[in-house]
Ligand binder design. Structure first.
Ligand SMILES: Cc1ncc(COP(=O)(O)OP(=O)(O)O)c(N)n1
Ligand SMILES: Cc1nc(C(=O)O)sc1CCOP(=O)(O)O
Length: 208
């Protein structure tokens, strides 16, 4: 079940730094990790994904691979995140099997989310809710989308794009089950403390 702080890695060839940053996020309470690397360096991706998987297993947190069904299958990751160019849910389900997590980017479209749900996705993601330093060109989603989506869908909803400690609560209160964060998490001076800050929003939510 996807929920809480969903940490997405920054691209780097410094594997030791990658691992130590993700470990800090896990210590702070990240509930899901996504490996996202657009370099096209297949050897590096295989090595980093394998090392991250071992780390995530030690913390009992799922590792999702962005974009690549092939890499997810090769390293035995816990799931894959599919964007509009990354293939369909049904194919991913056949390759990965019933127990793996399949997430789908639905951008600003509830129709895409309904279709992903019908195809057997395990979660859907909407964004970008705020200006994103990582993806400045990402089209913006309105927060009311979360309200509609949480009424219509019966699977976890992930919000992404420019999320910071100052705006995360508004998304969670409006219907996000998870918040996916890159910059505001991994650019923080103290990644563990920042992760804890994000994770605590979900504890506060269950206490309300
Ligand atoms: C949790 C989550 N949500 C959305 C995205 C974006 O995926 P995509 O649209 O495929 O873009 P890239 O990440 O591949 O640039 C994501 N990765 N994770
Ligand atoms: C990878 C990605 N996808 C987005 C979308 O809107 O689909 S926004 C985004 C970047 C998220 O990083 P940050 O937390 O640094 O803004």
């Amino acid at each position: 079940m996807i929920g809480g702080l969903y940490a997405i890695t920054r691209e780097t060839d410094d594997s030791a730094r990658l691992l130590s940053e993700v470990e800090a996020a896990l210590r702070g309470g990240a509930a899901v990790v996504q490996y996202r690397d657009k370099s096209g360096d297949v050897a590096r991706q295989h090595e980093q994904a394998s090392e991250l998987l071992a780390l995530c297993r030690r913390h009992r947190v799922p590792l999702i691979i962005n974009d690549s069904l092939r890499l997810a299958d090769l390293v035995g990751a816990d799931g894959v995140h599919l964007g509009s160019d990354d293939g369909g849910v049904r194919e991913a389900r056949i390759v990965l099997g019933a127990d793996k997590i399949i997430g789908v980017s639905c951008y600003q479209s509830l129709d895409l989310a309904v279709a992903a749900q019908a195809a057997g996705a395990d979660y859907v993601a909407f964004g970008s809710f705020f200006a994103s330093a990582t993806k400045p060109s990402a089209p913006r989603a309105d927060i009311t989308l979360l309200q509609h989506a949480s009424r219509v869908l019966h699977l976890p909803i992930v919000a992404i794009g420019g999320i910071t400690p100052d705006n995360a609560e508004s998304l969670i209160e409006t219907g996000a089950d998870a918040i996916a964060v890159i910059n505001a998490l991994f650019e923080a001076a103290d990644i563990e403390a920042r992760a804890r800050c994000f994770a605590d929003f979900f504890i506060a939510e269950t206490e309300d």
